[in-house]
Design a protein. Sequence first.
Length: 532
Amino acid sequence: MSKSIASHDETASCSGQDYDDYIARMNARVSPLLDSGEVKAFETSGERDLFAVYLSEFPEGERPFHNCSACKAFIRRFGGLVTVSPDGRTKSLLWDEEEAPAEYRQSVQALRREVESRFVSGVHLSDIPVWGTPFTGNWTHYAIAVPSAHVYRGSVLKTASQAAAEKLEDFHNVSRALGEFSERTLEQAVTLLRSDALYRSEKVLGQAEWLLSLRRDASLQKNGRAANVIWRAVASAPAGFCHPRSSMIGTLLEDLEGGLSVADVSRRFAAKMNPLQYQRPQAAPAAGNLEEAERVVAKLGLAGSLGRRFARLDEVQAVWLPEAPKPAGGGVFSHIKPKGPTSPAPIVNHSVTPITWDKFARTVLPEAVSLEVLVPSHGSFIALVTAENQEAPPILQWDREEARNPVSWYLYSNGSPASRWGLRGGEYRKVNAVTLQPSMWNGGFEHQGKSAIFIIDGAMDSQSGLAGLGLFPEILRSEFHGIRASIEAYSRSKSLSGATEGSACGISFVGVTVRAASKSGVVSSYKLDRWD
């Protein structure tokens, strides 16, 4: 605490300017760390009172001058915060004796050592924009101006303390799972999921890789730092990753631990991953669930977010578009062909080359001026849909206020006939755009899997009334988990609008044959067989 005259019962003995400069240096170091969004702050626990540690390092006769209630509250509430490195080592977030005035250096060093000797006890989540009380009258105190990126703004349904309590439960869930399943079992699961031996493996692969990486990282640590490694992972884990025992990865690991054959594991996994079953309630919502759904939607102001319509081509984030035709000249003689050689006929390669999406995107798309897809008689035809009200609050996991993207997709379990989409099997149709699945557009949601979509000219679901709104539990924000039965029932009871304007339907890339015309005049055919 800074003072100019030692006449207050909460005085400090250092000069005002030195102390003020020290607090400014602390803020200049801490604020950018928190503002990055990548550094998480963690709570620690220990038997020693931090303020007592701080006060004890001052000469006994000076301690009354540093016994400030505002600084005491700050140190006790925020003084134990740490960051965690990938190997589980902790570092005090606030205390660095090198930036402290000489009079405070020993006390700050003692605080740092005490804090860094502790183990993590939780994720620090706070909706307070300023930690501590910066000023009382003419007095300056320990305080940190918290960047907005670090201020908890999670949900009106969940306070910061409730969210922190959930993180504690997540830590226990993940720790138990890592203790129950061996590294070898996790390796087997990842290998099977990567090999495409399991149906819809992309939905589970991200979580399996996350668990395996965490298992390896934690097992390398000693001196109790394994728990810190788990805390670090839990703090920024994607939605759903921290409940392995109650999710599909848990059942897969149990089957592998039980010694089931690959054929049996694959069969059981496919049954549970059926789109008609996966994360979807199988019964009508109870009256209580409907009441809770009404409360949640009203509190979040999401009534206007539930309406959905077919997306237009201009609303798609494309990774490829056909080359635009050159505009015709408008002169008097523009209709007359000039003397000279005509454009050479394209060179057609009639063989079909198997190719991965990764290689196709790197080598074919950049040179392609046009694409055509060979329409299968029955395939994974897909429709992109979006919010009727583009200004309504986000409800999808990947739709955020700072990066809006209300587009999702639907397709039918086991595919659908081409005729349902206004197409004829066996014909080549023009591709109007190529896009990645919407969850990939802005990054950060890799756990939703990877896919690419060829938008086919004229494709439209003629029986879209059977699709409902396509609001599936697996794509919605976590706030809807408890009311997913009501959301599912609502989605099934409604129909998508905008069918006549919708122009963003097509087919998923796997197994599709595509004919590409390059800038050099060569036409080649490719069959996409996997992602990479």
